[in-house]
Ligand binder design. Structure first.
Ligand code: PAF
Length: 282
């Protein structure tokens, strides 16, 4: 596996691959890779001739006071996992390589979409995500790019950015990968102590409750959301940021739980903010 730290190295290698007629898959990550990321790499390897994984903790998507400095990092472990899963190149740039000191250009969706759900408490987050993903698209010029459904709002926003900016890139969404007890895999799970790890199961339990109500015929979003909220509130270590039902494409609120509706939540367990979701009918 090639380890590239500069934009020039990536461009040179990708153009060699393209000259051979090979297709390129990109898996953007912030490192500290787990089985969720591995599933994205596996999917990319199955669909593309060459797979590039970016490993970059992107500062522009963190607001002051968020966990940028504390964000877990382990590049050696990341490389071992990527080799095992057949990635061809890891792009591991410095902040200085990705952002000129006087960088002043952002990619931002100006509709309400990035203001919903996580955008309510993280107002600059999706501007940073779109900017870094647009830069990665420009650097790697992939045929396909792979994102996890766990960050469902991010996935919807990237799909919109790709449409609006006419990137000729296929966006592939991949299912949430869970621990055996149901907790969605996340690099931030590492922040949880053992009591919090147990308490974090409340997210998945609430999702199962919502899914059960819908299966049994309840389609009133307010009723399902309120039952899910009540079940989370029973856990003393949990503090809800949001539990919401939104259209899976526009991320705008809905009243009826039809197929394609995204039921999403963000819940603090102690100081750790965890997200999870399901899509009705999937
Ligand atoms: O989902 C992530 O890990 C990040 O938001 C992404 C897409 C790699 C951009 O930094």
């Amino acid at each position: 596996m090639i380890i590239a730290t500069t934009i020039a190295q990536v461009r040179e290698q990708v153009s060699k691959w393209k000259a051979q007629g090979l297709t390129i898959g990109l898996v953007p990550t912030m490192g500290y890779l787990h089985e969720g990321h591995a599933s994205l790499v596996n999917k990319a390897v199955s669909q593309c001739d060459r797979v590039v994984v970016s490993d970059f903790v992107n500062p522009t998507q963190f607001a002051p006071g968020e966990d940028l400095e504390a964000y877990p990092r382990d590049f050696e472990h990341d490389c071992a996992l990527l080799r095992q899963h057949g990635a061809d190149m890891v792009f591991y740039p410095s902040v200085e390589e990705m952002y000129e000191p006087d960088a002043a250009t952002y990619v931002e969706i100006l509709s309400d979409m990035p203001k919903m759900l996580c955008g309510k408490t993280r107002p600059i987050h999706f501007r940073g995500v779109c900017t870094v993903v647009a830069k990665l698209f420009n650097i790697v010029t992939p045929d396909r790019a792979y994102f996890g459904q766990k960050d469902a709002q991010q996935l919807a926003i990237i799909r919109k950015m790709v449409r609006d900016m006419s990137y000729g890139i296929e966006i592939v969404g991949c299912p949430i990968v869970r621990e055996p007890d149901g907790l969605a895999k996340s690099s931030r799970n590492t922040y949880l102590n053992s009591e919090e790890r147990q308490a974090a199961l409340v997210l998945h339990k609430a999702l199962l409750l919502g899914q059960k109500m819908i299966r049994e015929g309840e389609h009133d979003a307010a009723k399902v959301i309120s039952a899910m909220t009540e079940s989370i509130e029973k856990e003393p270590l949990a503090r809800i940021d949001y539990v919401s039902a939104v259209d899976g494409v526009t991320i705008l609120p809905v009243d009826e739980l039809q197929n394609g509706v995204l039921v999403a939540m963000a819940v603090y367990i102690g100081k750790t903010r965890l997200i999870d979701n399901f899509t009705v009918g999937e």
